[in-house]
Write a protein that binds this ligand. Sequence first.
Ligand code: SAH
Length: 190
Amino acid sequence: MDRRDEIIKYYRELERSAFMDLYKEYAHEDTPFPIGYGQTISQPSLVLEMTLLLDLKRGSRVLEIGTGSGYQTALLAKAVERVYTVERVEELYLRAKERLSAMEYTNIEFKLADSKLGWPKKGPFDRIMVTAAPATLPQPLLDQLAEGGKMVIPVGEGYGQDLLLVTKEEGGKINQRKVATVSFVPLRDS
Ligand code: SAH
């Protein structure tokens, strides 16, 4: 099975309702839903699309910004060696941590923080997945991306943001390409 099919298989195995406390009965619908605290769980097809864009290797070390429900975190954790995930809302951080531990994921590290600054101590990262939108590309995240690394991030203000695939070449040159228009909650300043 190639890598792409493997990730699609993990996605199909992941029961979305297990990550929702509200609207559980609608979990199979391909739409975003509130998860409390003004935040949302993305529609599953977008979670899959963004995950595939990251071109994950089995050995990748991945930083995720915006743990939220932990749904995207779980998919990443099935696909790679180690996931570092950061969330700023304490209740969501605690709930996701409890939930993913109960599901016996052992390769995820959680942090409660404003993650615009990334997680410098654990970087550099081979891949970075951002699931809340900053107005501009945060420099600390670019700095923490390894050479040869890739980042998927929605950027912009207001309703429609640009979903960007950012790559860092060997030597450090940054390239970015818009892949879609999306609507994420803002990446907040604390
Ligand atoms: N990937 C999530 C969707 C998360 S919604 C899922 O699958 O459920 C975006 C999340 O980013 C929210 O939980 C929000 O609290 C968090 N967030 C917003 N700004 C942040 C910041 N500056 N640092 C860390 N997390 C942030």
